[in-house]
Ligand binder design. Structure first.
Ligand code: HAX
Length: 437
């Protein structure tokens, strides 16, 4: 058993009994109440699941195992050339403990050893039409790799429920290890004439990913580490995390569950916003032949709203302030590409957009989210094919949703099955309470 797996078992298995005892003793404790509006509008703010890895505060943003992004930028091990290693955030999310340098290196080594992608997965990708969206390819490749699921094979043979976590650990490690190779294959096949680049086992996970995509500039490798770290997790209720958790609750293995999560990430209100932001900014630049004036930008935003579209990269279902993941990327841009024209446009959008969105009177959060910034950083280093951006997001998000899924298996999380009601039932409840008032 590798040392991280042993550590996970020593943490998670005692907690299983602890959580059971907690539910037995306090299971009837009332947490609050919710409204008809919450039921109709996506269950926002309703506590409906337990996610051990991270917690999102509306004002402060995400905390990974209690640590904010600025704290983690100080405390997590860094790669050669700068920025935190995503291997470190994986270790933290999995164990709740800050990794030492050698812990992150051990994750790197494990992932390098486990990164082989079976040939049939690449053959399947080769057969898809050229115009298949990269996120569709990514989700299909994850599904095609399900042939390798250690959990599915063990379950078929017969597996005690207390042991589910063990093959799930193997699936989580293998699957995350394989994702950069799969994503790079999709990128090179779709945009670079099917000319592929072999992995470099000496590089860390993020740098190697950048290398396989075809970007060897040290700053791009640093950006990739930053990107893969800050996108990793956003508590349990966002669409990609919730979809992974929900599908996993039926004991579907990590491949089936992650593929579902990625299908949710591919929606324009979620991860696809990264691509939509880039498209929107390039349209803006084209329309005004460069950096627009404040008036021109305001006109473009108002036109977007008048056409019944959303301003991509702005707003959030939970956050009520500028996303700290946006700030982390802004700091990177100030340090590395302050004179970039697209960065100047992004800064201008940040100055102009919130007031216009506030003036609509209906948008709860007028501030930028993570997707408002990410694309222009990638484009600066030459990765301009914006339809691919959400795949990068997906590689990172796998870290969070799969560590959570492993905790679900270790703690024996049950099948998810919330109740649903009809509008007629809702109306009857309101009528009943009016009659008794
Ligand atoms: N532009 C225009 N209208 C917006 C808006 C925006 N950026 N954000 C919210 N609104 C609108 C909503 O569409 C809604 O309109 P209706 O009442 O007419 O239906 C109204 O404002 C209230 O919405 P809300 O309560 O403030 O926001 P929601 O929780 O319903 O939605 C979204 C949150 C993120 C989906 C929303 O803000 C949005 O569509 N933003 C643009 C797309 C985007 O950037 N998505 C990425 C979010 C972060 C993420 O998940 N990354 O992966």
């Amino acid at each position: 058993m590798d040392t991280l797996k042993e550590k996970f078992a020593s943490l998670a298995l005692p907690m299983r009994a602890d959580v059971k005892a907690f539910i037995k003793e306090h299971g009837t404790h009332v947490l609050g109440s919710y409204t008809i509006e919450q039921v109709y509008q996506g269950m926002k703010g309703m506590i409906g699941m337990v996610t051990e890895t991270s917690k999102l505060d509306p004002e402060e943003g995400i905390r990974f195992r209690g640590y904010s992004i600025p704290e983690l930028r100080e405390k997590l091990p860094r790669g050669k050339g700068g920025e935190n290693l995503p291997e470190g955030i994986f270790y933290l999310l999995l164990t709740g403990e800050l990794p030492a340098e050698e812990d992150a290196r051990e994750v790197s080594n494990q992932w390098a050893r486990r990164s082989h992608v079976p040939k049939h997965v690449l053959d399947m990708l080769d057969m898809l039409p050229q115009h298949t969206h990269p996120m569709t390819q990514f989700s299909m490749a994850i599904l095609a790799m399900q042939t390798e699921s250690v959990f599915a094979a063990a379950y078929r043979k017969g597996l005690h429920k207390n042991d589910y976590w063990d093959p799930m650990y193997e699936d989580v490690m293998n699957l995350i290890a394989r994702l950069p190779r799969v994503a790079a294959y999709i990128y090179r096949k779709t945009y670079k004439n099917n000319v592929h680049i072999e992995p470099d086992p000496k590089l860390d996970w993020g740098a190697n990913f950048s290398h396989m995509l075809g970007y060897d500039h040290p700053d791009m490798k640093a950006l990739m580490r930053l990107y893969l770290t800050i996108h990793a997790d956003h508590e349990g209720g966002n669409v990609s995390a919730h979809a992974t958790h929900l599908v996993g609750s039926a004991l579907s293995d990590a491949y089936l569950s992650l593929s579902s999560g990625m299908n949710g990430l591919a929606g324009p209100l979620h991860g696809l916003a990264a691509q939509e932001v880039a498209r929107w900014i390039l349209e803006l630049k084209e329309k005004y032949k460069g950096v627009p004036s404040r008036e021109q930008l305001a006109e473009h935003i108002n036109q977007t709203l008048a056409e019944g579209k959303v301003v991509p990269g702005y707003g959030h279902a939970v956050l009520r302030k500028t996303d700290p993941r946006y700030i982390a990327q802004q700091e990177f841009a100030k340090a590395h590409l302050a004179d970039d024209e697209l960065f100047k446009i992004v800064q201008l959008i940040y100055e102009v957009t919130p007031e216009i969105l506030k003036a609509t009177g209906k948008i709860k959060n007028p501030w930028p989210n993570v997707d408002a910034h990410s694309g222009i950083l990638l484009m600066h280093y030459g990765l301009t094919e914006y339809d691919f951006f959400t795949v990068l997001f997906g590689v990172s998000r796998a870290i969070g949703v799969l560590t959570s899924l492993l905790w679900d298996r270790a703690l024996g999380a049950p099948i998810e099955r919330p109740g649903s009601v009809t509008t007629e039932w809702m109306k009857a409840q309101v009528a009943k309470s009016k009659a008794t008032a």
